[in-house]
Design a protein. Structure first.
Length: 138
């Protein structure tokens, strides 16, 4: 991990409309800006999943203005940690990066009720990730 600046994390899913958007929002919010956050999709949707927007709104985080973004090689190269969520082989691999694949249900087409447990699982994983990346801030 780079030592001159804050750690950076890239979240990648296929549509960049649900899981990766929720994860990026939690990491930005819970790390209070101490971690650089990116998210992208291998085949981005036109808009963020409305159920994901509603589920995040319930915990006080507004992602309604977010726009799904296409995955760029530079985003992977510039990130210390790359977390994929169901995109697998679409993500370029660079030596020296930390890669994790989070197996999470896809919120696409799901109700807010179905998205809540996915949101809560993402939050738990984000809290663990923050404690790993920023161990001194416990």
């Amino acid at each position: 991990m780079n030592t001159t600046s804050r750690p950076s994390v890239l979240f990648v899913c296929v549509h960049n409309a649900g899981r990766s958007q929720m994860a990026a929002a939690f990491l930005s919010n819970l790390s209070a800006g101490q971690i650089e956050v990116r998210s992208a999709g291998s085949a981005p949707a036109d808009t963020v999943n409305p159920a994901a927007v509603a589920a995040m709104g319930e915990v006080g985080i507004d992602i309604s203005a977010e726009v799904p973004k296409i995955l760029a090689t530079e985003a992977v190269r510039e990130s210390d940690v790359v977390i994929t969520m169901g995109c697998g082989d679409a993500c370029p691999i660079f030596p020296g990066k930390r890669y994790e694949d989070w197996k999470l249900d896809d919120p696409a087409g799901q109700s807010v009720e179905a998205v809540r447990p996915i949101r809560d699982e993402i939050r738990a994983r984000i809290e663990a990730l923050i404690s790993e990346l920023l161990p001194a801030t416990k």
